[in-house]
Design a protein around this ligand. Structure first.
Ligand code: PMP
Length: 322
């Protein structure tokens, strides 16, 4: 994963948005005193845009939902004075028009605590600090391993909602994800599955988790200290509509996870990625006709505009001449 992401980052787009202006991405230099750099006090989103099946149109997938979550996360961190959802949408489209990508890409808005206002004293806080906003984009294809992930249940617990709000995508909380990923990979696995402080399954490091048991699709509830994933929501809707499966949102104990028939991860970056192994237990996720593979293929169709009834999830980026 890290290698392909770093390859993607080599093809950064030429323009970024920073505090009301579009500037060349080479210029994005922040002072070392930037509050979010010191304390992790920023919120962000990860959004993907896909070229449609006929190869003519770039569409941003579920942009409205991502921007709504960005603003909700911002509210929790008292990041005031941001553009509203409609304005953010226009800025995002304009950025992609300027960058004019010819392939699938990734969009990263970050709203953050920038610098102390004149009368604010030094320290860790959320008030008396100017809000900054940046959006950058880069080319990005599928980076997750396609032939089945090998996951481990990590000993790093998912941060409790009472410590850092789980439903907000806060930059600082990703230390938790980074530690879990690093440990899992050093131990020879691809990804980590994280339990919450109650010992139930929460999510993976940057994606939500589903298991399948006797044909039933099960995922941890929002009360399991998880991020309310937009891909998770997409899976629930597609499974119901096309596979006639209802989803049980309920706590999952590690023993149930280890005895699952199938398991997959889902997230904007991760897309739908079947898990072939959990610690030393093998799953059927990669078997022909598995539910995980069916959901992966439905997701690939919806993001490319092949499921017409869900085309309202796609925001087209008009070519600049229009
Ligand atoms: N959980 C965490 C911790 C994440 O970082 C992500 C990625 N945003 C997800 C779940 C999946 O969320 P989404 O489907 O909205 O990308």
């Amino acid at each position: 994963m890290s290698e392909s992401v770093s390859q993607a980052q080599k093809s950064d787009h030429p323009w970024i948005y920073l505090n009301d202006s579009f500037i060349p991405s080479r210029q994005n230099v922040f002072p070392v005193t930037t509050q979010a750099f010191n304390y992790g006090t920023g919120v962000f989103e990860g959004i993907r845009a896909y070229i449609n099946t006929s190869g003519e149109q770039l569409n941003i997938f579920r942009l409205d939902e991502h921007l709504e979550r960005l603003l909700q996360s911002a509210k929790i961190l008292h990041l005031h004075g941001l553009p509203n959802a409609e304005e953010l949408k226009k800025i995002t489209i304009k950025l992609l028009q300027k960058n004019n990508p010819q392939e699938n890409c990734y969009i990263r808005p970050i709203a953050f605590k920038q610098d102390l206002l004149p009368d604010a004293g030094f320290g860790v806080k959320l008030s008396g600090i100017r809000t900054g906003l940046t959006i950058y984009s880069l080319n990005m294809h599928a980076y997750a391993k396609q032939d089945g992930l090998r996951c481990t249940i990590t000993s790093w617990r998912r941060i409790a909602d009472s410590a850092i709000p789980a439903r907000a995508k806060i930059t600082g909380s990703y230390v938790n994800s980074a530690l879990a990923t690093e440990t899992a990979q050093r131990n020879g696995f691809d990804e980590a599955l994280m339990l919450n402080s109650h010992g139930n399954l929460a999510e993976s490091t940057t994606s939500n988790v589903f298991i399948i048991k006797r044909g039933r699709l099960i995922t941890p509830p929002l009360s399991a200290h998880i991020l309310e994933g937009i891909t998770r929501d997409t899976v629930i809707i597609l499974a119901k509509r096309y596979l006639n499966l209802s989803v049980e949102e309920r706590d999952i104990l590690p023993s149930e996870l280890l005895s699952a028939d199938e398991c997959f991860l889902c997230g904007t970056g991760m897309e739908i990625t079947p898990v072939s192994q959990i610690d030393h237990h093998l799953t059927h996720s990669m078997k022909l006709n598995s539910i995980s593979l069916k959901i992966r293929s439905l997701y690939a169709q919806v993001v490319r505009g092949e499921l017409e009834e869900f085309n309202h999830w796609l925001t087209p980026v008009p070519s600049i001449e229009e």
